[in-house]
Write a protein that binds this ligand. Structure first.
Ligand SMILES: C[S@@+](CC[C@H](N)C(=O)[O-])C[C@H]1O[C@@H](n2cnc3c(N)ncnc32)[C@H](O)[C@@H]1O
Length: 207
């Protein structure tokens, strides 16, 4: 996650963010990264929005510990061990300008209650930025692991077949359906990599 961060959140990602997400954010936004992992995306946000109030939640203690030892350009974020599948977000309704979830929601057994909770905390016109895996044909997924991740036998196939059902759970259309079902309207979407789709959404009530 740490080594692949610069590739996953590279120039193309931030160009898209600047054009499609930033115009919906105030200059002093409240931002949450749900399933923040080692906190590097929050650190990127902190560099771009030094006046932001940042929160990162992750179920894995080691991830939160990693984020806590990073250096932060603005105010230090609140980083907390938190299971979004079983706990409400510790925020009042309507107070968050950006909720981001990157490569996390596919891991949650029941995504709809999580999406409802995200919608609850968004300000009117606030953005939920979903960035997650989309289904690929098996042959293309195996080639991607081999060529892009450089994985090699013997562990390559064992790992690839274990992860295939995890990473290839939802199609783009499934994500669109889930978002609509949760009352989130899609403002924009793009695919910067074969494996992932990005959706810029807002509460359907404020769309
Ligand atoms: C593939 S990593 C992505 C991390 C980060 N968002 C990124 O893109 O680098 C998935 C993260 O989601 C976290 N996660 C999984 N289930 C979670 C849950 N129910 N609540 C909070 N975090 C969760 C994991 O601990 C892990 O750090």
């Amino acid at each position: 996650m740490v080594t692949s961060h610069p590739e996953r959140f590279g120039e193309a990602y931030w160009t898209f963010f600047a054009a499609r997400v930033a115009p919906h954010l105030p200059s002093r936004p409240v931002m949450i990264d749900v399933g923040c992992g080692p906190g590097l995306f929050l650190q990127d946000l902190g560099q771009r929005y030094p006046s932001a109030t940042l929160y990162g939640y992750d179920v894995t203690r080691a991830m939160i510990a990693y984020g806590q030892q990073l250096s932060w350009p603005g105010a230090k974020p609140t980083l907390m061990v938190h299971d979004v599948a079983t706990q409400s977000l510790p925020h009042d309704a309507g107070g968050v300008h950006l909720v981001s979830m990157s490569s996390v929601l596919h891991l949650v057994d029941e995504p709809l209650p999580v999406l409802a909770e995200i919608r609850r905390v968004l300000t009117e016109g606030g953005v939920f930025l979903l960035h997650d895996w989309i289904r690929q044909p098996l042959e293309r997924y195996l080639a991607w692991r081999r060529e892009r991740l450089g994985e090699r036998a013997p562990e390559y196939l064992r790992r690839a077949f274990r992860l295939f059902p995890v990473h290839n759970k939802y199609t783009t259309e499934d994500w669109q359906w889930l978002l609509a079902e949760a009352g989130l309207a899609i403002r924009d979407q793009t695919q910067l990599r074969d494996s992932h789709q990005i959706f810029v959404t807002t509460s359907a009530a404020s769309a």
